[in-house]
Design a protein around this ligand. Sequence first.
Ligand SMILES: C[C@@](CO)(OP(=O)(O)O)[C@H](O)COP(=O)(O)OP(=O)(O)OC[C@H]1O[C@@H](n2ccc(N)nc2=O)[C@H](O)[C@@H]1O
Ligand SMILES: Nc1ncnc2c1ncn2[C@@H]1O[C@H](COP(=O)(O)OP(=O)(O)O)[C@@H](O)[C@H]1O
Length: 300
Amino acid sequence: MIVTTVTVRVPAKVNLQLSVGPVRDDGYHDLVNVFHAVSLFDEVAAAPADALSVTVEGPAGVPTGPDNLAARAAALLAEHVGRRPDVALHIRKDIPVAGGMAGGSADAAAALLACDVLWEARLGRETLLELAARLGSDVPFALLGGTAVGLGRGERLTPVEVTGEFHWVFGYADGGLSTPAVYAECDRLRAAGEQDSVWPQVSDDLMAALKTGDAEALGRALHNDLQPAALSLRPSLRDALAVGRAAGALGSLVSGSGPTCAFLAASLDHAAELAAALNDSGRFAAVRPVSGPVPGVTLV
Ligand SMILES: C[C@@](CO)(OP(=O)(O)O)[C@H](O)COP(=O)(O)OP(=O)(O)OC[C@H]1O[C@@H](n2ccc(N)nc2=O)[C@H](O)[C@@H]1O
Ligand SMILES: Nc1ncnc2c1ncn2[C@@H]1O[C@H](COP(=O)(O)OP(=O)(O)O)[C@@H](O)[C@H]1O
């Protein structure tokens, strides 16, 4: 059978713990980054074509040239296997753009798998993870999914044992935040003595909460060192987070570099109630209930 189109589904992430160490010589920060994949997905379809192209269905603000992370992934994989990147990529985006949910990284991971299958390269998981790390710190996790601790830049992954499922509500903001700008603001706050800097350690409380499936303990253990920087750049997020707490969220935090806010619910029903309260507050551009963990890149 001749395969004409390969379609891959890939999830967004929230960071359950994002502990940021000092800036390194290469400009990156050493992290403890506990990723958690949630049921909000982009889809990338790869079809044979004369040349590399990208089309995007969904929100504005996504580049369609060689800068698109999915295009970069296809070009890198083609170079690795020694062929032309003769593929048309079509991205159906549901993950917010520049929202701190790693949508671009997700599309890159999806394009790696889609091209690997389309071109019958059969590179295997270790090689795909290695190529993914060259594309961006968060790309390897989008291949893996589930829940995982990321060390180094976030690319050195160890899966985490999780019992059951957690229910979340995400509150989207109007407009994104730039990841490098948020890391730079974190460095600025630390240099000004407005934020402590300690060597990042995996939180035992967080690991215990995940292992036992204890949502209340998970709510207490959520932590994001980039949150003060995101709030400094987007002060309105302070009130947005407070709305969720007042509506009974077990925990609330900015997702990664923001500005999306993540709220943890006690159950599926509680997530629906929380979503209604967040919607009514008028503080979010959109509100989405989701669950996690979910698998990483998957062939459709
Ligand atoms: C903050 C996080 C949390 O998961 O994601 P987002 O919330 O933006 O999705 C990540 O660390 C973002 O990872 P990713 O978006 O892949 O970053 P990269 O492309 O590798 O790097 C973009 C820029 O972010 C900064 N960066 C990234 C990772 C890291 N460990 N230290 C850094 O300082 C650097 O300024 C770098 O130039
Ligand atoms: N496939 C893609 N989807 C989204 N953004 C992309 C993509 N490729 C490149 N980008 C660029 O990367 C920037 C950050 O993207 P994204 O991954 O959505 O944000 P975040 O790092 O906050 O999760 C966008 O503003 C956009 O310019």
